[in-house]
Design a protein around this ligand. Structure first.
Ligand code: PMP
Ligand code: GLN
Length: 392
């Protein structure tokens, strides 16, 4: 089959936010917090722009990123994950995790090859695989636990497979991959000479009742040969508009990704990078406070969805909870979301928009799942639930 062409349509997130605005709906669709990020961090960025003694912060940053940020990322990974990274060669700053993902896929997915992932999956994976002339193949995560089926995953590897895309903690299921699961995937990559991109943008958003801690792919023996990890300051500090992300891994793999990245954006806003560097060296308690707030939002939304008969998942990390509509309607999740936006006044995302045509182990369940974002203030979540209770 020829690779699918990249979508020219606006992404599902943008369409959902536009529909929410058009219908005056409560936006539980696109995953962004409706707060502004910690004030001290915003002040640091403002200072970086206007106070020259912090260094030149309004001209091009170095292609690999500001040294202060690269050191901070390296220090944070050493502290949190016990991973040693040389800031000069093993850490590269990107324009959001989004660019880290695109550059990595363009660097490692061979034209005509297959790129293997779990589905549902983050939307840019399929588009970037197509831009690389490859095609994305998905292995379904199945509810209620949404754990990876590694036998199905192994069976989906063919002689055309060039790359594996992982996401832990996972959007939209909240699944945190275990050490054993990551170890088996790394062994498969080594055996079949595949590269791994592990999207870890929710690394700081693991909620307190999660049964597993986040383990970076880079902690797994053997990963150094095959894997890079991708992170996001936008997610970590609730400043999604800043678009500061990073790619980490061996000097060899990072330099290959850099070869692509330098022609995508070359570099991005040094003032934001400078502020994030300070934030990673001392988060001033933000990560703990943020996960506690997210957890309260998650609990509120989950309880409401439960009451509505939508059988929510545990949602142990990240921004999202999944509801299954098959118990209350014969509509597909995509149809249900249209009614929800237009008639009920709540915007949410059908998980089928985060799936692919090339399924190694089809799962009908994915047609019935709706993704609701809980990274919103309680009044917003309450209002969404009130509207649903009134209409459903
Ligand atoms: N990966 C996943 C799984 C995401 O949910 C998102 C969206 N936040 C991104 C990557 C993109 O991250 P960024 O905003 O840093 O580009
Ligand atoms: N990561 C966000 C989500 O999953 C959206 C990011 C975007 O709009 N590209 O909702």
């Amino acid at each position: 089959t020829p690779p699918s062409t990249p979508a020219v349509m606006p992404t599902i997130y943008e369409r959902t936010t536009a529909a929410a605005i058009a219908h005056d709906a409560v936006n539980l669709g696109q995953g962004f917090p409706d707060t502004e990020g910690p004030d001290w961090l915003l002040q640091l960025a403002a200072r970086a722009i206007t106070e020259p003694e912090t260094g030149p912060r309004n001209q091009y940053a170095p292609g690999m990123g500001l040294p202060t940020l690269r050191e901070a990322i390296s220090d944070a990974q050493a502290r949190r994950q016990g991973v040693e990274l040389d800031p000069a060669t093993q850490v590269m700053v990107t324009t959001g995790a989004t660019e880290g993902i695109s550059a990595t896929i363009l660097a490692f997915a061979r034209p005509g090859s297959e790129v293997l992932t779990f589905e549902p999956h983050y939307d840019s994976y399929g588009a970037c695989a197509a831009l690389a002339g490859a095609r994305l193949v998905g292995v379904a995560l199945r509810g209620p636990e949404f754990r990876p089926d590694l036998d199905a995953f192994e069976a989906a590897i063919t002689e055309r497979t060039s790359m594996i895309l992982l996401n832990t903690p996972h959007n939209p299921t909240g699944t945190v991959f275990s050490t054993e699961e990551l170890t088996r995937i790394v062994a498969l990559a080594v055996k079949h000479d595949l590269r791994i991109m592990c999207d870890e943008v929710y690394e700081h958003l693991v909620l307190s009742d999660a049964r597993l801690p986040h383990r970076s792919i880079l902690t797994i023996p053997g990963a150094e040969e095959v894997a890079v990890a991708v992170g996001s300051a936008g997610k970590s500090f609730s400043v999604t508009g800043w678009k500061v992300g990073w790619v980490t891994g061996s000097a060899e793999l990072v330099s290959q990704v850099r070869g692509v990245k330098q022609f995508l954006s070359f570099s991005s806003g040094p003032a934001f990078q400078w502020a994030v560097g300070h934030g990673l060296q001392d988060d001033q308690g933000f990560f703990a406070q943020n996960t506690a707030e997210l957890e309260a939002g998650r609990d509120l939304l989950r309880a409401g969805l439960e009451e509505l008969g939508l059988a929510p998942n545990r949602a142990e990390a990240g921004y999202f909870v999944l509801g299954n509509v098959s118990g209350i309607t014969s509509l597909s999740a995509a149809q249900f979301c249209r009614v929800l936006a237009e008639e009920v006044g709540v915007a949410a995302i059908p998980v089928s928009a985060l799936t692919i045509q090339h399924r190694a182990n089809p799962s009908d369940e994915l047609e019935h799942l709706v993704r609701f974002a809980f990274c919103k203030d309680h009044a917003t979540i309450e209002e969404g639930l009130r509207r649903m209770r009134e209409h459903l």
